[in-house]
Design a protein around this ligand. Structure first.
Ligand code: SF4
Ligand code: MSK
Length: 651
């Protein structure tokens, strides 16, 4: 009975999903293998106190929960009100998200430092130009100096961004000057990443900050230290070490695996290991070894943001998004899945138990029961990557049921690899890199504005529907979409990252722009930390002129329709604090506090120019963004949209 109910509910959650996912979920149901959707079902009903942000366990007098409707307690044992408790809960989510992104950034700085000191390092400086831009920002001398020396000094200066005890962070001063001035006036200019996260944890300890607005103020400062700090450092230095992404073609979905090959999944977030694994897997020696074991070669497919990192720079196919990590193993064709940090489901162990798949953790920060641990050290990158690839090859003959291997023959073509720099080139034309044509297209009413649609996929909503329906509605209304993370992978699976998508789905104005420059209506800007690229694009648009002098003036909006991680809360908070109207699907877990709800969705706009909105219906959410974009267009006194009549897309 329980299983039947569960199957019906799961089916209702995946009816919109891509064919490959549907096939693999059916396989899991048929073979009675528990996956994330089953666990979600078993968890119902979920705790309402938690969902509404009314539960506190910040000290051992608690846990306490507030009863918003009945005659139950209205204060925690210490006297904390619903506003304090809900605000502290959101603040701690921001702290978790900012910490995760920024620790990723710190790892990349360490890699740069190591590359600068060790001539034999597997990592080099691929993008000297960008390193010099960073050097000039951090006051590092470059004239007549060895590039490694420069890299070493830049890395040391960037370390200060994490632990500086005096003054403010350097990276956020790259924001538009008016925005920086506002942050300083509001006292939310971040001072140092670790400091802001630590202070947020301090303030939310029992008996410290009980003023919900003051807690949100520090939440914004910590989030800004992520977006304009840790995440931006991760992006910029990944470009320095691994090269600036350039638009390229690739494919996506579980069909990227091949039953005749040794299949390795790289999953997680950091590019340091996956870059080298990709390199080793392409080595002819590895092909030979694979052939000795009866395979044709070695094949790599990525999941989550690790996938985005190696897609953006090498065009390595993407196997899937967050909710496809278990589905990949269900093919029975995965010899090894290697993970680093973030968005890794411990439940992978259960699925892998039915197959021959080796699960390998590599970060000392992320060990998991049932996973083999092969610790990754950047100074032995090649050796460790080789060990992992060889282990996968050795595992090829161990497929439990070679006849039962099933890989859905579903793939989709895509174009990825956009960056704030390549948007310059593309939209600016080949001869003069500038944002002028993009600004002009907005000013003239060909493009209505731009939207960043980013973030996770979540079993608590209809899988992928919210992303796709929202994005189609936006581009139909001439809104250019930029995307990152699992949202971008989702767009790829539905063909939205192909130039032809403009002719199928975009309004006439956007379609004309896409046709003129040969871009898709949705631009893949990279991984979760690469949301910092969106901040750069917005800054460049402001700098180009004609659309106001701050990010909050621009006809733009942001969204994370299926968000689930704490990182998404930090991302949302730094976009809001940067002046962006940000719509998420399910509300933040704080709806039990009317005051906090009012502040985050309304009053905060008076402070920072951006605000939150919650809307699960993707079409309505898209129209909320469009209405906001139109409001900004009106305030800028821009011309009406050129094509006012509803446009019939080409067949
Ligand atoms: Fe309860 Fe206050 Fe302790 Fe939270 S901090 S658990 S509200 S006593
Ligand atoms: S991987 S944080 S599920 S986007 Fe960056 Fe995807 Fe969300 Fe993880």
């Amino acid at each position: 009975m329980e299983m039947k109910l569960s199957v019906a509910n799961i089916k209702s959650k995946i009816s919109y999903a891509d064919k490959a996912s549907q096939e693999m979920i059916d396989k899991a149901i048929k073979e009675n293998i528990e996956i994330v959707w089953n666990r979600y079902e078993k968890m119902q009903p979920q705790c309402e106190f938690g969902s509404l942000g009314l539960c506190c366990k910040n000290c051992n007098m608690g846990p306490c929960r507030i009863d918003p409707f009945g005659n139950g307690p209205k204060q925690g044992i210490c006297g904390a009100t619903v506003d304090t408790i809900a605000a502290r809960n959101i603040a701690r989510m921001v702290a978790g998200g900012a910490a995760a992104h920024s620790d990723h950034g710190r790892d990349i700085v360490e890699t740069l430092l190591m590359a600068s000191q060790d001539e034999k390092s597997a990592y080099g400086i691929k993008n000297e130009e960008k390193l010099k831009v960073m050097a000039s920002l951090y006051d590092v001398e470059t004239e007549e100096r060895d590039i490694r020396e420069v890299a070493g000094d830049v890395a040391k200066k960037m370390f200060e961004e994490f632990g500086r005890q005096e003054g403010e962070m350097v990276m956020p001063i790259t924001a538009p000057p008016k925005r920086v001035k506002l942050w300083k006036e509001l006292e939310i200019m971040p001072r140092a990443i670790d400091r802001e996260v630590v202070e947020l944890m301090h303030r939310t300890h029992i008996g410290v900050d009980a003023d919900y607005k003051n807690i949100m103020k520090q939440s914004m400062r910590a989030a800004l230290s992520d977006g304009w700090g840790g995440s931006m450092i991760a992006t910029e230095l990944s470009d320095v070490l691994f090269g600036l992404p350039d638009p390229l073609r690739s494919t996506v979905n579980l069909g990227v695996f091949d039953k005749d090959y040794v299949n390795i999944v790289v999953h997680g977030h950091e590019p340091t290991l996956s870059e080298i694994i990709a390199l080793v897997a392409m080595d002819e020696k590895m092909t030979k070894k694979a052939q000795e074991k009866g395979a044709k070669g070695v094949n790599i497919g990525g999941i989550c943001c690790t996938a985005n990192e190696i897609l953006m720079r090498h065009g390595i196919p993407v196997a899937g998004n967050f909710l496809q990590q278990e589905l990949a193993i269900l093919t029975g064709a995965i010899e090894l899945m290697v993970v680093d940090v973030q968005c890794l489901m411990p439940g992978l162990k259960n699925v892998a138990g039915y197959y021959h798949t080796n699960l390998v953790t590599t970060s000392p920060k992320a060990k998991m029961p049932g996973f083999q641990h092969i610790e990754f050290h950047e100074n032995r990158a090649l050796e460790i990557a080789t060990q992992i690839v060889e282990q996968a090859i050795e595992n090829f003959p161990n497929r439990k049921n070679p006849e039962g291997v099933y890989i859905p023959s579903v793939t989709e073509r895509l174009i990825a690899g956009f960056s704030s720099e390549s948007v310059y080139k593309f939209l600016g034309g080949k001869y003069r890199a500038t944002y002028r044509p993009l600004n002009d297209a907005i000013i003239q009413g060909r493009i209505r504005g731009a939207a960043g649609v980013v973030g996770c996929v979540n079993p608590n909503v209809e899988y992928e529907k919210l992303h796709i329906e929202m994005i189609k509605e936006l581009i139909k209304n001439d809104v250019l979409v930029v995307s990152t993370g699992c949202s971008a992978i989702t767009c790829a699976k539905y063909g939205l990252l192909q130039p032809e998508a403009a002719f199928k789905y975009a309004g006439q104005g956007l379609q004309e722009v896409c046709r003129a420059v040969g871009i898709p209506p949705v631009l893949h800007l990279g991984s979760c930390v690469d949301n910092s690229r969106i901040l750069k694009v917005l800054t460049n648009v402001v700098a180009e002129g004609g659309l106001g002098d701050d990010i909050s003036d621009l006809p733009v909006a942001g969204a994370a329709p299926e968000w689930m991680s704490e990182k998404a809360v930090s991302i949302g908070m730094y976009f809001v604090a940067s002046g962006v109207y940000t719509v998420i699907g399910k509300p933040l877990p704080m709806m039990g506090s009317v005051n906090l709800y009012k502040y985050l969705t309304d009053e905060i706009e008076n402070d920072v120019g951006g605000k939150w909105a919650f809307e699960e219906d993707p079409i309505e959410a898209a129209h909320m963004m469009i209405r906001h974009i139109d409001k900004k267009r009106k305030a800028l006194k821009l011309k009406p949209m050129i094509y006012e009549q509803p446009f019939k897309p080409e067949e």
